[in-house]
Design a protein around this ligand. Structure first.
Ligand code: SAH
Ligand code: SF4
Ligand code: F3S
Length: 486
């Protein structure tokens, strides 16, 4: 069981979207898309929706009336996969009454299980991996022809850069932009390098163009997504208009500049789209996060002062076994750099407890690191062994489940305390809030976030989503500031 404090909106196990868009072809076929896992899956579902809309589909939020159900799956932990399997059982009830209904699985679990999925789950007609979404229309045709269809080829180039994603389940204010795909880091516990393939970065011009378009459409915040944004590196050759570069192209023509564009440079390019467009990004990697990135963040008001910097463990031996590429001291130095360069920065993390051979003392190192950093927020997990990973092949998953759960509970309790303390520091201060939506608790209140990513709730008056409002925080709960517009 996952603990309630874990905010499921970020990664693993979370049900992220449910789609209903007014597309102009209501007579066409309808697709229901459901996403589990991280923001990248959410973002991919938007790419998939674009591909299908192009082929005459419209999206629906009612799976019972859909012609096609697509489940974008996550494989990060065992229970993430179990959720998908349970959900497929529910879809199966509908399929029994409507044999024409097609069911496809996409994403990381599809990539991991490949054709085994068809054998294990009879309901599944289509298995499609994260780099093969362009093939979906063909796979659907195959199924209509009476066969099952699988494409799980990974690619070294695919970034879907030319596909303009439709925004699903959108508040019209915040949007994700994928800036890279895959991961080359090979943390020993992690399935992502196997399910998402090699790391590749998308060309910066298409990223900036997407940010501009979103801004013109009224969006006011973009989150740049990658498994390790700090290793973003623009492809050395890219051609924005689909043209291949040749020898006569000047190295100064702009198209070749990509070779030197790092994440800090990209961040600056996106920040310059408009001072009224806020920028966030995720995930930073402690081994690669440079001071350059921090200086760019400090330089631009519209880059949110918030960093998600996963630690995983506070003990250097465990970190080494995890193949994370940094030690405790290195990580703490990165935290010190953040505090030095961006004193007001919000910091959150991911913590994984009960990794192979982790001792009680090593667990206490994680707690003491938390005490040192005092995170604003954390996503906390018990280690779950994943097939094919280095840890599965070479290490023993030998921390008993009850020990993992007890350690997790201690970590969660400490984080609760820190979150409450950190949120409280915001009371009595004025926060610049980007309004995202009407508050879930009262339609007389609005909800948004400040630069540090804390949720702020306040009375509506005449404000609306997309407005920037200065809010004086008067009280708080563990994770939410409550105040009034000033
Ligand atoms: N790319 C990001 C994390 C992606 S996965 C990074 O490197 O930080 C999100 C989080 O899931 C990880 O940070 C880790 O805390 C957790 N996680 C990954 N594999 C896991 C596993 N096998 N068991 C439990 N938690 C895991
Ligand atoms: Fe997984 Fe590590 Fe890559 Fe993150 S950096 S996705 S934890 S391999
Ligand atoms: Fe899950 Fe794949 Fe994301 S395993 S966390 S959906 S990259």
């Amino acid at each position: 069981m996952e603990n309630k404090v874990i905010d499921e909106s970020r990664q693993g196990e979370a049900l992220l979207l449910n789609v209903d868009k007014n597309i102009d072809k209501p007579a066409g076929r309808q697709v229901f898309i459901e996403s589990y896992g991280c923001a990248m899956n959410f973002s991919d579902s938007e790419i998939v929706a674009s591909i299908l809309i192009e082929k005459g589909y419209s999206t629906t939020s009612d799976y019972k009336s859909a012609d096609l159900i697509l489940v974008n799956t996550c494989a990060i932990r065992e229970n993430a996969e179990q959720r998908v399997r349970n959900r497929l059982k529910e879809f199966n009830v509908v399929k029994r009454h409507n044999p024409k209904l097609m069911v496809g699985v996409m994403g990381c679990m599809a990539e991991r299980l490949k054709t085994q999925f068809l054998e294990q789950e009879k309901i599944v007609d289509i298995v499609v991996g994260p780099d093969a979404y362009r093939e979906l229309p063909n796979l659907i045709e195959t199924v209509e022809g009476g066969q099952k269809a699988v494409n799980v080829l990974l690619s070294r180039e695919e970034t879907y850069a030319d596909i303009s994603p439709v925004r699903l389940d959108s508040n019209g204010v915040t949007a994700f932009i994928s800036i890279m795909r895959g991961c080359d880091n090979m943390c020993s516990f992690c399935v992502v390098p196997f399910t998402r393939g090699r790391e590749r970065s998308r060309d910066p011009e298409s990223i900036v163009a997407e940010a501009k378009l979103l801004f013109e459409q009224g969006y006011r915040e973009v989150t740049l997504l990658g498994q390790n944004v700090d290793s973003y590196k623009a492809p050395p050759k890219y051609s924005p208009k689909g043209r291949t570069l040749n020898a006569s192209d000047s190295p100064h023509s702009g198209e070749l500049e990509g070779a030197s564009i790092s994440f800090s440079k990209l961040l600056e390019m996106v920040a310059q789209v408009s001072p009224d467009l806020r920028i966030r990004f995720s995930t930073s990697h402690p081994k690669d996060m440079t001071d350059d990135v921090l200086h760019i963040m400090a330089k631009y008001d519209n880059i949110c002062k918030y960093i998600h910097l996963p630690i995983q463990s506070g003990n250097s031996r465990v970190l080494e076994m995890m193949n994370r590429g940094y030690k405790r001291e290195w990580y703490l130095e990165r935290i010190a750099a953040i505090r030095r360069i961006i004193p007001e920065c919000g910091i959150s993390t991911d913590i994984m407890t009960g990794f192979c051979s982790e001792t009680e003392e090593e667990h206490r190192d994680t707690l003491s690191l938390m005490e040192e950093v005092k995170y604003d927020f954390a996503y906390m997990f018990a280690y779950s062994e994943r097939p094919k990973t280095q840890a599965e092949r070479k290490l023993e998953d030998d921390v008993p489940e009850e020990v993992k759960q007890r350690r997790l509970a201690e970590i969660v309790a400490l984080q609760q305390k820190h979150s409450a303390e950190r949120t409280k520091l915001g009371v009595g201060k004025v926060h610049r809030v980007l309004v995202e939506r009407v508050s879930k608790k009262s339609d007389q209140q609005l909800s948004g976030r400040n630069s540090q990513n804390s949720v702020v709730v306040f009375d509506k008056h005449n404000f609306k989503p997309g407005d920037y409002v200065n809010v004086l925080a008067e009280s708080c709960t563990v994770a939410t500031l409550i105040g009034k517009a000033v």
